[in-house]
Design a protein around this ligand. Sequence first.
Ligand SMILES: C[S@@+](CC[C@H](N)C(=O)[O-])C[C@H]1O[C@@H](n2cnc3c(N)ncnc32)[C@H](O)[C@@H]1O
Length: 236
Amino acid sequence: MKLYGIGVGPGDPELLTLKAYKILKGVDVIVAPRSSEEKRSRALHTVEEVIKERDCIVVEPVFPMTKDRAKLKLYWKKAREEVLAKGNGCETAAFITLGDPSMYSTFYRFLEVFNDRVEEVEVIPGVTSFSACTSTAQVPLVEGTEIVSIIPDVKAKNAMRVIESSDSLIFLKPKDLDKIEGILGNEKAILCVKVGFDDQELLSGKVSEIEEPGHYLSTLIVKKGRGKEPRDYTRL
Ligand SMILES: C[S@@+](CC[C@H](N)C(=O)[O-])C[C@H]1O[C@@H](n2cnc3c(N)ncnc32)[C@H](O)[C@@H]1O
């Protein structure tokens, strides 16, 4: 089987690449991960117009958001069985993921679990969620020799050191913001929620004023020293 890892972008269907579009129009099976039985795959939602008139097999395995390795292993096993059962005899499959497959996505984990069935792999990059956030907010994330860092968890090893030494920061699903207030409290920040979806939201203010977002699709962008510039985030 040939397996495609496809980044479908941040949620706006128009940000799907032409390459991804063409593959999704021809592939036999689409594998779209979701976080629970009750929820639909957001990546699938993004491509539904592209595949709606197609007669292809869609598998939506559940990959819960847990760090419990034993539990995850069971879900991966179940996902493998589901794809093998529904996609039996198929020649091509596409694993779709929000944003880009190399950025905190489950694609490479899926490839590991499915490796013995895969003869060829092709990875199609996608517009990352933070590119969509900075474009929507019209923020030049980094310029010249500035350094940007992505922080998936402020409690991660080295996170505080990186936060102190970077010019710009991208906090994924920001929480425990009190931990960074000492360093970034007075910096301007933009909280981007569900960017690319119909109900997207952008909120701006000092880091110390930003409340922890409830939605998983939330990204906090901080560009240090931005408060001194005349063109301010508050217009958003
Ligand atoms: C597991 S990471 C996946 C990142 C994705 N592969 C990418 O390239 O953007 C999920 C995090 O990305 C961010 N994210 C993804 N889509 C987003 C969106 N549409 N709006 C805002 N943040 C988003 C959120 O911080 C979310 O918690």
